[in-house]
Design a protein around this ligand. Structure first.
Ligand SMILES: [Fe+2]
Length: 408
């Protein structure tokens, strides 16, 4: 099934999408389950309590919010399915007892579940790991398109999910422009650096107590991910280049997904150490004390790729048996050398009006050092992965023919 799902205000399904007709071929009743089938052989097995929770009527789904109303404690053995059959339109009809009330379930909605289109990975492109040969330059798209066209924003979000990176170009060099872009996607994620933060390189600040991050110095920043000090680091990062007249300071990007694959394939012992031995990440500053302990390659969570926690400025203490520390450091050295290897790392210069957008938990970013003078001013925001994925699914369901029903 590849039909697009537009929004729908009719109360005929437990959400706000409009589903195409998908007439059922048959319904069979076996104990607590209904076995639904379609002419092409697709099947769906539905438990009675799940059907009851999703009933339109009988206190199942709230017609205003389309959320479930039934407290599981109120599900009773008396809620049984009487006659279950197929309506003239091909939908499922159940006569519920003890109320003797008929409820109809849209067969197109049932079919989208049978096809797996209700799962988190659906309606999204499949992530593709890349190295410098597969993706010599990040995909580039027009900032104006992302701002003005849902179809073009959909392509940007699909790049961000597929490759973990996209550069928007020709954005106005105006401070705060990222707020306009973020408003097209979802709420920004705040942190102790502020909701909209500045990266203003001032080489005079290196080693100076006036800055609370190495980002605001002229120092080289090796490949890293931001804020591993948090239980869940920010999902995506948007860096808007307002001015870049500095001598040096090229940007780098390395796909952590490719690094993980390389380690798993050729350096299994390193992968084991990096994905199981923990470090304490510690974001120190006056009045703040953010900390989290986790492996560099954090495989908790259900996303296709692990979360990389790879920011050495805030990796503060080993949190592992003493006998593992030497080997863990060896693995760490090889990991960071690999991340900075031209085989994996893209190096390019951000110009005024470029916005570098990337998956902060997957793609490592960095910056070459500054060797001279010249202004360099970037602004950044974080937007969590949940917001990116939600917007992408909603847009792909109505604008993205290339990923319809994707992920299955
Ligand atoms: Fe950073």
């Amino acid at each position: 099934m590849t039909q697009m799902h537009n929004t729908n205000n009719r109360v005929d399904v437990p959400d706000f999408y409009a589903y195409p007709a998908a007439p059922l071929a048959a319904v069979e009743h076996h104990g607590d389950f209904l076995h639904l089938s379609w002419d092409d052989g697709q099947r769906l097995h539905c438990h009675r309590f799940w059907l009851r929770e999703n009933a339109l009527g009988l206190g199942g789904i709230d017609p205003a919010t389309r959320e479930g109303l039934l407290d599981p404690a109120d599900l009773t053995d008396a809620m049984t399915m009487g006659l279950a059959d197929v309506t003239d339109a091909g939908d499922l009809s159940i006569l519920w007892q003890p109320e003797a009330q008929r409820c109809v379930y849209h067969a197109g909605w049932l079919r989208h579940i049978a096809d797996g289109q209700h799962l988190p990975e659906s309606w999204l492109p499949k992530p593709e790991a890349w190295d410098a040969k597969i993706l010599p330059q990040p995909p580039r798209r027009q900032a104006s398109g992302a701002l003005e066209s849902d179809a073009e924003l959909c392509e940007v979000l699909n790049d961000l999910i597929r490759y973990g990176v996209c550069v928007l170009e020709n954005a106005p060099s105006e401070e705060g422009f990222l707020n306009k872009l973020a408003a097209r996607i979802g709420p920004v994620r705040d942190s102790n650096f502020g909701a909209l933060w500045d990266v203003i390189a001032d080489i005079s600040l290196a080693g100076d107590a006036k800055t609370n991050t190495t980002a605001n110095t002229g120092l080289r920043l090796g490949p890293h991910t931001d804020l591993p000090t948090r239980e869940i680091p920010p999902g995506y990062q948007f860096l808007h280049c307002l001015v870049n007249e500095a001598d040096g300071g090229e940007s780098t990007l390395t796909d952590g997904a490719a690094l993980v694959q390389e380690l798993q394939t050729y350096h299994a012992a390193d992968y084991e150490l990096l994905s199981t031995r923990r470090w304490v990440f510690f974001n120190r500053g006056p009045g703040i004390d953010h900390r989290w302990s986790a492996p560099i390659i954090d495989t908790s969570g259900m996303h296709a790729f692990p979360t990389l926690r790879a920011f050495y400025p805030v990796r503060a203490f080993p949190d592992m048996p003493e006998c593992d520390i030497a080997e863990a450091y060896e693995a760490l050295r090889r990991f960071h050398k690999l991340a900075d290897d031209p085989r994996f790392e893209l190096t390019f210069r951000l110009g005024a009006g470029d916005i570098m957008c990337f998956d902060n938990r997957r793609v490592m970013h960095g910056r070459k050092g500054f060797s001279g003078s010249g202004k360099r001013h970037l602004q950044g925001v974080y937007i969590d992965r949940d917001e990116i994925l939600s917007r992408a699914r909603a847009l792909n369901r109505s604008h993205g023919p290339e990923v319809n029903g994707a992920g299955r």
